[in-house]
Design a protein around this ligand. Structure first.
Ligand SMILES: [Zn+2]
Length: 134
């Protein structure tokens, strides 16, 4: 093992707790490109799979935050406006901290449960915490 690998090893062992699935959660980043007056998130489906949220929920959130319509096309999301990936990734990070990460244990092993009157609750599979989400 060379020094670089040792460094990597040390960096890994000092990382925060692992998720229930045994993997460390790394918030996904959106890969985007502009196409004319639109912005395409090309790994949209992969992001949704990773954070275990419905594509419709994330696309609705982004449309609302960016104040433009969005269309899901296969595994991509087409945003009907021009945005730098930095802007989209900021929104994505906010979405993840609000709707994915458990407020108690900071793990991403959560789900959204929708109750009567459309009241949504973030339920953590790891620690059982429940917190209301808007
Ligand atoms: Zn938790």
């Amino acid at each position: 093992m060379d020094d670089y690998e040792k460094l990597l090893e040390r960096a890994r062992s000092s990382l925060p707790e692992k998720t229930a699935s045994g993997e460390r959660f790394e918030p996904p980043a959106a890969e985007t490109f502009m196409q004319g007056s639109k912005t395409v998130i090309k790994n949209f489906e992969a992001i949704c799979v990773k954070i275990r949220r419905e594509p419709a929920m994330l696309s609705k959130y982004l449309s609302k935050e960016l104040a433009i319509p969005g269309t899901i096309e296969g595994s991509r999301l087409i945003l009907h406006g021009k945005f730098y990936d930095r802007v989209i990734n900021e929104k994505l990070a906010t979405f993840i901290s609000k709707y994915v990460i458990c407020k108690e244990c900071n793990r991403p092993d959560t789900k959204i449960s929708e109750g009567v009157h459309g009241i949504r609750t973030l339920v953590c599979d790891a620690c059982g915490a429940r917190s209301p989400v808007k």
